[in-house]
Write a protein that binds this ligand. Sequence first.
Ligand code: FE2
Length: 259
Amino acid sequence: MFNFLKKKPQVLPTFAPLVTDMHSHLLPRVDDGSNSLEMSMEVLAMMKQVGFEEARLTPHYQYPRFPNEEQDILRRFESFCAEVDQHRGERAMPLLKGVSGEYRVDSGFDDRARSKELLTFHFADPDEGAPKGLLLVEFSLHQPMLGVENVLFDRQMEGYDLILAHPERYPYYDSNSKMMEQLKEAGVYFQVNILSLEGFYGDAARKKAFTMIENGWVEFLGTDMHNTTYSEGLRRASVNKSIIKLMEKEEFLNAKLVR
Ligand SMILES: [Fe+2]
């Protein structure tokens, strides 16, 4: 009966200081992210409501599950931008500022990196960062890969800066594990998922995410949006007291990426 009195779920622009998101899977039908233009736009609208002015897309490159190719992704991104632009009159959405990738460090990654230029982001200051830009990488979510650190250090030698996606989500590495320490010592940036802070991936990931930030190990926050289930998690994160407090206290490098 009194449905019209039902309160709308609350959402706050908590993440406005970040300006830009740099991790999402909203290019339709290229990985396990959004499977339609409509879904992508619905998620983008929520990202705008929680404060993001810009979004950077990072489809999975993972062998053999997501055999994406950079040139194809760039073409798809262009037409996606055009389609989204046609709908901007209907709802507010962040500007789409670029596409790179979330590169899985797997058996195919080394060959890919040696045979072609990978897609990256760049700092706004041309004197900041490695010449080839910032490369977002991820590990397996189930088991460690032997020699993973050497594969990463090779990329640094080739002129990439590295951002490790969601270090809090690898169950086989604790927040104070030797590997994490080694990566930080080697200058690898860490990007924590905003939804980890909200408990979306469970309590262990949530605790690790907060600990890593408190240790000063985390330079970037990302949404890692895949679909509308994630956007509801993002909405909850925007009104979460611990996260609001964190956003008031901590500074991240998202806004330093090229506008
Ligand atoms: Fe991701």
